[in-house]
Design a protein around this ligand. Structure first.
Ligand code: SF4
Length: 418
C-alpha cells in the first residue's frame, strides 16, 4: 500500500498525494536510496551509532551509494567487516524495479519501472553522436492533461520520491556500466570526483518524462541535489534541464534552489490555442509565463531557455504563429532557443503532425529572426518512447501479455544460442 500523505504544494490548489521520504518495507529495513548524507547520519545515530561513528559511516556509505553505485554493503571495502552485518540488518540500498526494458531500432531505450508499492512509470535514454540524454519522470501520471500528450491521459497516481527519481539515473548508469572506477577512497579534491562527460554514454538529464516536475518540487530538488553533488553522482547542473508546462509560482524557486537549465512547454502563441493544448495556460497565461522566464535566475545567452513547440497540423503551425513567436520572445528579451517537435502520434490522439514543408517554413522564420529553431528528430517512435508518448505500458499491455513476451524472447535467445 502506498505510504502517502496529503501535502499542499506551493502554487497549486489541489493537494497531490506525496510519498514520504522513506517507504516502509515489509522486512523492516530502511532503504537509503534518495536520502541525503545528513539524513543517513541521523538514521545511523537513531540505530545506535555514536555521533562520531555515524558521521564517518554516513560519509562512507554516501560515497559508495551515489558516487560508485554500490548497492551491497559487503562491497564497501573501507567499512569494517564487523560493521557490514550491522548495516545489512537495518538498511538496504534499492533501485526502482524494472518491469520491462525496450530497445528502439534507433538506439533509444525505454524502461518501464515500478515503485515498491506497485506504481509504474517510465524513463527513456536517447543516445546521439555527441551526447546521451536520460529523460526522467517526476510523477506517476500527470494532472495537467496537455492535449497532445499521452501521459496527460493518465490520472495522477502520486509524486515520485527522491529515491525513485535519482534511482532512475542510477539505474541507467547500472545498465550502461558507467559508474566511476579507480580510487576507492573519498577525495576532497573536487576534480578527483567530478563526473566527466568524455566518452560516456549518459551525459545529460532532462526532467521531461512523465509528470510536471514543479508540482513535485521538493522531491525533484532533493533528487537533483544528489545528482549534482560532486561527492554524489557529480553531474554538472549545466547538463541538466528541467521542463515545465508553466507552473509560474515555482519557476523562480527552481532557478534559485536547483539552478538547472529551464525548458518551457510553450506550444502555442495565442491564449485560445494554448488554453486548449496546455490547459494550465488558463491559470498562468502566456504573458505571465514569459515574464517569469525573463526573471529566471541564471538565464543568459550562455544558458538560454528552451521553448518546446510541438508542431500540430492547422493548429499552431502557420507563418503567423511563427512571427508571433518571434515577437513574443523579442518583446520579453528572452535568451531563447526554440525546439520544434514534430508531433508524435498515439492511438486516439486528437491531432496530426504538421507537414514537413510547413515545419521547415516555421523554422526558417524563427531562424531568420536570429533565434535558433532546430527541428527535433523523433526518437524511439517504434517503442512509444518519443516525446509526449509516455504512458505506462501497463495500461496498454496486460501483465500476462508481458510475461508471454518475456518467455518468447527468452526461448528465442536460448534457441539462437544453441
Ligand atoms: S506534457 Fe508534461 S505536463 Fe503536460 S500532460 Fe504531458 S506529462 Fe503532464
Amino acid at each position: 500500500m502506498a505510504d502517502t500523505a496529503l501535502m499542499s504544494i506551493p502554487g497549486q490548489v489541489d493537494p497531490v498525494p506525496v510519498a514520504r521520504d522513506i517507504t516502509p518495507r515489509s522486512d523492516g529495513r530502511t532503504d537509503l536510496l534518495g536520502l541525503p548524507k545528513a539524513r543517513i547520519r541521523e538514521l545511523f545515530e537513531e540505530a545506535g551509532l555514536d555521533p562520531k561513528q555515524a558521521k564517518l559511516r554516513s560519509k562512507q556509505v554516501y560515497h559508495w551509494l551515489y558516487h560508485r553505485g554500490v548497492t551491497d554493503f559487503d562491497a564497501m571495502t573501507d567499512i569494517g567487516k564487523t560493521m557490514r552485518p550491522w548495516m545489512n540488518e537495518r538498511f538496504v540500498v534499492g533501485r526502482p524495479n524494472i518491469v520491462e526494458a525496450q530497445h528502439s531500432s534507433d538506439g533509444t531505450r525505454k524502461w518501464l519501472l515500478k515503485t515498491d508499492d506497485g506504481h509504474e512509470f517510465e524513463m527513456v535514454f536517447i543516445p546521439d553522436e555527441t551526447r546521451g540524454t536520460l529523460c526522467v519522470s517526476s510523477q506517476v501520471g500527470c494532472t495537467l492533461n496537455c492535449r497532445f500528450c499521452h501521459t496527460g491521459t493518465m490520472r495522477l497516481v502520486r509524486n515520485l520520491t527522491p529515491g525513485e527519481i535519482v534511482g532512475q539515473v542510477m539505474l541507467a548508469r547500472d545498465a550502461l556500466g558507467e559508474w566511476p572506477k579507480g580510487r576507492m577512497d573519498i577525495g576532497d579534491d573536487e576534480s578527483e570526483t567530478e563526473y566527466r562527460a568524455d566518452g560516456r554514454l549518459l551525459t545529460n538529464i532532462v526532467m521531461m518524462g512523465m509528470g510536471e516536475p514543479l508540482y513535485n518540487f521538493d522531491h525533484v530538488r532533493d533528487a537533483l541535489k544528489l545528482v549534482m553533488d560532486g561527492e554524489g553522482l557529480a553531474l554538472s547542473k549545466r547538463r541538466i534541464t528541467l521542463s515545465t508546462s508553466g507552473v509560474v509560482p515555482a519557476m523562480e524557486r527552481c532557478g534559485e534552489e536547483i539552478g538547472v537549465n529551464l525548458a518551457v512547454s510553450l506550444h502555442a502563441v495565442t491564449k485560445e490555442v494554448r488554453d486548449e493544448i496546455v490547459p494550465i495556460n488558463k491559470k498562468y497565461g502566456i504573458e505571465q509565463l514569459l515574464e517569469a522566464c525573463a526573471a529566471y535566475p541564471g538565464a543568459s545567452n550562455a544558458r538560454r531557455i528552451t521553448f518546446e513547440y510541438v508542431m500540430l497540423k492547422d493548429k499552431n503551425d502557420s507563418d503567423e504563429d511563427a512571427h508571433e513567436l518571434v515577437r513574443l520572445l523579442k518583446h520579453y528579451d528572452l535568451p531563447a532557443k526554440v525546439n520544434l517537435i514534430p508531433f508524435n502520434p498515439w492511438p486516439g490522439a486528437p491531432y496530426e503532425c504538421s507537414a514537413p514543408d510547413r515545419i521547415r517554413s516555421f523554422s526558417n522564420i524563427v531562424f531568420e529572426a536570429g533565434i535558433s529553431a532546430p527541428v527535433r528528430t523523433p526518437r524511439g517512435r517504434d517503442i512509444d518512447a518519443a516525446c509526449g508518448q509516455l504512458k505506462t505500458s501497463a495500461e496498454k499491455k496486460s501483465r500476462a501479455q508481458r510475461d508471454r513476451e518475456a518467455e518468447e524472447a527468452a526461448s528465442a535467445e536460448a534457441q539462437s544460442g544453441e
